[in-house]
Design a protein around this ligand. Structure first.
Ligand code: SAH
Length: 469
């Protein structure tokens, strides 16, 4: 391999799909907004006639929680106690909230801690240190989250929407379309559930805490802007207002909704921005990330550089390497040219083929050359590690199948069964600098120790002990 060797574009991009239709209406509905916002103790109807998730204390600021408990006839400080139980003690059983008067516990919990997500299935691999949970929401919508424990850090990959309206043709979630945006509390609950399993010693490696959160599960976070930003606030505010995580450990990944990137930069939240670029040229990106037909590569990158300027945070450029589609040497060089000298880092993701897809991951040599060419432009690059890929079968695939209704929610074996072993992808930089690594990966080479949940679905708050490896 000689990375400095000049390369020239081929006559035409190969193997790109027929142009996929843009999401209905050209752009996804609610592009810059989320659900109407929770407004009552039980599931209620929003202005668009949709039933909204029940109100939960994680939807509310601390002053709003104080107002809510006052309405119940309680003293305002009860809101602080209840919040501490939820965010600091990670309690889920009102019976154990002994600092609250016994007579009010149940009413407070019913009003402000309604069950939002039910663990439908849990799959584990890497000796139990990678755990993916399929959640069912109050309205039957499915979402997924993944916990990944590494030496020294724990990353939670969370969903921001049930389904996704961005229609990226290589993504399982994109194929299924958008069901709905999640509420703030539905997002926060995924992280709190992970924090509980760590605090209760249910993840091998001893007691632990969540250190990183990546919005790389199902959905387009910036198409559910309000709920996602509120969730980031809840995750970062110290108890009793929130969970007290560092904003620097949080990554919001987007297809590139330019106005929303600008808005996020102005929030004063030093979260890491990840941009799912996947191609350095509009011809390929128009197909791989259909929203590119609205905001082109140059506009998306401009917004990313403004984000880096305002926040001082290095932007992560996500690039799924797809064999003969976007992995050509000339595209590596073009990408390198666009990123050289910028506050950016490239995260290459070996494509995890979705069922029925004619696309597959790049050959090992092609991937190596891509890495070397980027490096020759001075662009920092890592290849996402392949951890947990045994249970991924593509992040979102499990839920996508259930949402389409073409597969029963049976305990499905995630066994890659019969797939030929694949070489582990290169990790040239050793330890990847920042977390994003829970997105889909090619299926694995080792036997997973996944275990479907058995028995009646557990409330998210409940211990999912049956899934312990
Ligand atoms: N909507 C957000 C979050 C999506 S998931 C976004 O697009 O950034 C996080 C990452 O996984 C995105 O970069 C997405 O493009 C990538 N991804 C989706 N499906 C994939 C697949 N089958 N193989 C590899 N990466 C995939």
């Amino acid at each position: 391999m000689s990375p400095s060797r000049p390369s020239s574009p081929p006559p035409a991009a190969q193997a790109l799909p027929d142009p996929a239709p843009l999401p209905p209406g050209g752009l996804p509905p609610g592009l810059l907004g989320g659900p109407d916002g929770p407004d009552g103790p039980a599931a209620s109807r929003g202005s668009r006639g949709r039933v909204k998730p029940p109100r939960h204390l994680a939807d509310l600021t601390l002053p709003e929680r104080r107002a809510a408990v006052t309405e119940l006839g309680e003293r305002p400080f009860r809101a602080d106690q209840l919040s501490r139980q939820y965010f600091a003690r990670l309690a889920d059983d009102p019976g154990q909230m002994t600092d609250l008067p016994q007579s009010s516990r149940q009413e407070l919990a019913d009003s402000l801690l309604p069950p939002l997500l039910t663990a439908e299935r849990e799959l584990a691999c890497d000796g139990g240190t990678t755990r993916k949970t399929l959640w069912r929401a109050f309205d039957g919508a499915y979402v997924e989250s993944v916990l990944m424990r590494y030496p020294g850090r724990v990353t939670m990959c969370v969903s921001s929407q049930a389904g996704c309206g961005m229609a990226c043709p290589f993504c399982a979630t994109g194929q299924a379309g958008l069901t709905r945006s999640l509420s703030t509390a539905e997002i926060v609950e995924q992280v709190v559930a992970g924090a509980r399993t760590l605090a209760r010693g249910q993840v091998p490696g001893g007691l632990g805490r969540v250190s990183n959160v990546v919005f790389m599960g199902m959905g387009e976070p910036l198409a559910n802007y309000r709920s996602v930003v509120q969730a980031v606030r809840r995750l970062t505010e110290p108890a009793p207002a929130g969970l007290g995580l560092s904003a620097r450990g949080i990554t919001v990944s987007t297809v590139g909704l330019v106005p929303a990137i600008g808005r996020l930069a102005a929030e004063g939240l030093p979260v890491t921005l990840a941009v799912s670029l996947h191609a350095p040229d509009d011809e390929a990106r128009d197909e791989l990330v259909p929203v590119n037909r609205r905001w082109k590569v140059a506009e998306v990158l401009d917004a990313a550089w403004r984000y880096a300027d305002v926040t001082g945070r290095r932007v992560s450029i996500e690039y799924a390497l797809i064999r003969d589609v976007n992995d050509q040497a000339w595209r590596a060089d073009l990408l390198g040219t666009l990123l050289a000298g910028r506050l950016a880092h490239v995260n290459l993701i070996p494509l995890n083929p979705t069922p029925g897809s004619r696309w597959t991951a790049s050959r090992a040599g092609t991937q190596e050359e891509f890495v070397a060419r980027l490096a020759s432009h001075g662009v920092p690059v890592t290849v996402r590690d392949t951890r947990g890929r045994e249970i991924d079968g593509a992040c979102g695939q499990l839920a996508a199948v259930l949402t389409r209704g073409d597969g029963p929610p049976e305990p499905r074996s995630a066994d890659p069964g019969g797939d030929p072993p694949e070489p582990r992808s290169a990790d040239p930089g050793g330890d990847p600098p920042e977390p994003p690594e829970c997105a889909p990966r090619p299926r694995g080479r080792t036997s997973p120790t996944h275990r479907p949940l058995t028995g009646p679905p557990a409330r998210v708050a409940g211990p999912v002990t049956s899934a312990s490896p």
